[in-house]
Ligand binder design. Structure first.
Ligand code: SF4
Ligand code: SF4
Ligand code: SF4
Length: 279
């Protein structure tokens, strides 16, 4: 099975513990207002409009589909700015074996891999195949997910996954709709299920005070996560909203100050969380 891969970062120190290769797939079923990479959400519609705008001829059309030559790309983002559908043509369709070939090159220097997006769990079969290969090579396997795949229905995937970094973007369904346009029913089910299986590596909340009830979200998320700490450590990452990359119509939100972030971290600790990080 080939999936649209947006990019592979050979060495990342911010996508889980230790040095890791981070794989970013294209496509997401959420529409977060604060998305920093909104061009990773939609799949290219092959309209071809960005092809002629590319100054490096890194894009071309083959059999009616836009193809990308990464070796020619200068990263100018002209294609992304051109696209009226909010997508990126800079993707390659790769299967698990092909992605693993690219990971293998840095194997002596990495502790594991993290697959992110977009939303990587749109492609559960690909993830399982890739993680099987990584496990055979003694590499760690983490997922970064918005929590909409029903993990309980994919035990073969969880068997080869070390842990999930799960976004809890808002606690109430109403707030979650405001932030993402989607319900959080499955997210919260997953949070409970993954934590009970010792597979919840981390929960994360992006703090945007004007957009949703941040205090309530941190309090409820921390209270729930803390009930499962006997199954394994769970980090709560409190992420400061930053406007970089955010679509113009949503880039007006106020950046929370450090005092508010510290208050939220303290709130999480008071609810029983021991590993709380502000980033
Ligand atoms: S970022 Fe896009 S437009 Fe710029 S060189 Fe790369 S493919 Fe071409
Ligand atoms: S990325 Fe956008 S502009 Fe380029 S071909 Fe695809 S849909 Fe058209
Ligand atoms: S889940 Fe992530 S990739 Fe998807 S819209 Fe939200 S921030 Fe963007």
């Amino acid at each position: 099975m080939k999936v649209p891969v947006n990019k592979i970062i050979p060495f990342s120190a911010v996508d889980g513990p230790g040095n890791r290769t981070a794989v970013f797939v294209q496509g997401c079923n959420f529409n977060c207002r604060y998305c920093h990479n909104p061009e990773t959400r939609n799949l290219c519609k092959n309209c071809g409009e960005c092809v002629e705008k590319c100054p490096k001829h890194a894009l071309y059309v083959e059999n009616g589909e836009v193809r990308f030559r990464p070796e020619l790309c200068c990263g100018c983002d002209t294609c992304i700015k051109t696209c009226r559908f909010g997508c990126s043509p800079r993707i390659q369709y790769l299967d698990a074996g092909e992605v693993f070939e690219r990971i293998k090159k840095q194997m002596p220097y990495i502790r594991g891999i993290t697959v992110s997006g977009g939303e990587c769990t749109l492609y559960p079969d690909f993830l399982r195949e890739l993680f099987v290969l990584c496990r055979e090579a003694h590499l760690g396997t983490l997922l970064d997910s918005n929590g909409t795949l029903d993990f309980e229905a994919y035990p073969e995937l969880l068997d080869v996954t070390d842990g999930v970094m799960l976004d809890v973007k808002a606690w109430t369904d109403e707030d979650h709709h405001t932030v993402t346009s989607v319900s959080n029913e499955m997210v919260l089910k997953n949070m409970r299920y993954l934590a009970s299986q010792g597979k919840l590596f981390e929960v994360r909340t992006v703090i945007v005070p004007e957009l949703f009830d941040c205090r309530g979200t941190v309090r409820e998320t921390a209270t729930l996560a803390a009930q499962y700490l006997d199954k394994g450590n769970i980090r709560y990452k409190i992420i400061k909203y930053r406007p970089m990359g955010v679509r113009e119509e949503y880039a007006h939100y106020r950046v929370p100050d450090q005092a508010f972030l510290e208050e939220l971290a303290e709130l999480a600790r008071s609810c029983g969380m021991t590993d709380v990080l502000i980033v």
